[in-house]
Design a protein around this ligand. Structure first.
Ligand SMILES: Cc1cc2nc3c(=O)[nH]c(=O)nc-3n(C[C@H](O)[C@H](O)[C@H](O)COP(=O)(O)OP(=O)(O)OC[C@H]3O[C@@H](n4cnc5c(N)ncnc54)[C@H](O)[C@@H]3O)c2cc1C
Length: 374
């Protein structure tokens, strides 16, 4: 006799093109050979709702996946992997200075940034070439070159997995912090992000002083190698297209391309420490790089200074380390890599060794930035 749940799976398969035993190797950037028991793509909001209805009846774990550029699978996934592939970019509202634009969760992040830069809407250009989807961008409040996506997000629309109800979170309700948001904490696994609305600046140069003022937007040029890169490009008065080109060129040079070496970008967050710990560490390690946090940064009063995790990891001798196919990138110690056939547990084991040695030497416990799925 066919069980009720098997019957449901069959109906579900016919309704939603549910595939069975699907390799996820090409669907996440670490590139491990792992399998999903079931896999399905959701291209519209109503498909997401249908999936949730079936899921309530089938009682199976579900995992929502964008481009898989911030996950580490430690084993096969024994439930349904749902790839959010909804598309669409719509202007909600605009005035002389701003445009309010909504992008669906399945839009490719970098293509969305290009779309905005092409229209001279500024705010996202420093976040060029970050892999992933628009839907995942608020989850860890993606950031690069002195900009975090929270600076431009107006609201995030979600569906609650349990109730199927839709809700719109304002920027404040998203509780953004450094590589953090309510979606990574209290609402982790409880909501699906459907779309994100951004408030971007229409550009037009109005003044100059250090950073360039364009319309109401301040081009952020003073982070890392950005200004020298613009100089190398021969750019004196940068436009947002120039900033995007400079960011892309630095990232292509510095970061390992997941198409060539499996990785998920920074594996660890930069730790934010208290003044007391900073004072004691500076006695023993006067050369330690320190970024003091201004009041309000990350909204945690206890925190005081951010320390580059890459430096801590390098000081513990891990830079370029390799064991089998699991390793620490030779130029970017924050990036753990799969040279070919590393498994999730091997990468996780390496991460745990790094966490222990950094804690032993500096008394700082590194937190992972990547979502470990196991
Ligand atoms: C080479 C490289 C460089 C990177 N550089 C940066 C960088 O500079 N800055 C930075 O911040 N990050 C960086 N990252 C990390 C990554 O690009 C971002 O975290 C990105 O936002 C992940 O998007 P994704 O679609 O791949 O998410 P996935 O990896 O598919 O998912 C990440 C998490 O979000 C959940 N999720 C995904 N979509 C949804 C949805 N619609 N609703 C609910 N939950 C969802 C997943 O279940 C998972 O827990 C880098 C990664 C790589 C590989």
């Amino acid at each position: 006799m066919i069980s009720r749940s098997f019957e449901l799976i069959l109906t579900f398969r016919n309704a939603m093109h549910l595939d069975q035993k699907v390799s996820l190797k090409a669907l996440h950037t670490f590139g491990m050979e792992v399998e999903a028991r079931y896999f399905v793509e959701a291209k519209t909001h109503s498909e997401v709702l249908t999936l949730l209805n079936y899921r309530h009846m089938i009682h199976m774990p579900i995992l929502f996946l964008g481009c898989g550029s911030n996950v580490l699978f430690t084993r096969n996934f024994g439930g349904i992997v749902i790839r959010i592939n909804s598309k669409g970019i719509v202007i909600r509202d605009e005035d002389e200075n701003h445009v309010h634009v909504t992008a669906e969760a399945g839009e490719n992040w970098d293509e969305f940034v290009q779309h905005c830069v092409d229209r001279e809407w500024s705010g996202l250009e420093n976040l060029s070439l970050i892999p992933g989807t628009v839907g995942a961008s608020p989850i860890q409040n993606i950031g690069a070159y002195g900009v975090e996506v929270k600076d431009t997000i107006e609201s995030v629309q979600v569906i609650e997995i349990d109730s199927g109800k839709q809700k719109r979170f304002t920027n404040a309700e998203c509780q953004f912090g450094y590589r953090d948001s309510i979606f990574k904490r209290a609402l982790k696994g409880k909501v699906i992000i459907l779309n994100v609305t951004f408030r971007l600046n229409k550009t037009g140069v109005t003044g100059l002083q250090g950073d360039r003022v364009m319309g109401n937007s301040l081009l952020k040029l003073d982070y890392g190698d950005l200004r020298p890169e613009l100089g190398r490009m021969g750019v004196i008065e940068p436009t947002i297209s120039d900033v995007r080109a400079a960011v892309c060129s630095i990232r292509r040079r510095k970061l390992p391309d997941p198409a060539e070496i499996g990785n998920a970008g920074s594996f660890f967050k930069n730790p934010v420490i208290s003044k007391k710990l900073l004072d004691s560490l500076q006695t023993g390690f006067p050369e330690m790089p320190v970024y003091l946090q201004s009041p309000g940064d990350d909204a945690v009063s206890e925190t005081f200074a951010k320390i580059p995790a890459a430096w801590l990891i390098e000081q513990c001798g891990w830079k370029g380390y390799r064991s089998g196919d699991a390793g620490v990138h030779p130029n970017q110690p924050l990036v753990l890599v799969n040279y070919g056939n590393a498994t999730g547990p091997q990468i996780l084991g390496l991460a745990n060794h790094i966490i222990s040695s950094v804690e032993q030497k500096f008394g700082i416990r590194l937190e992972t930035e990547v979502n470990v799925i196991g």
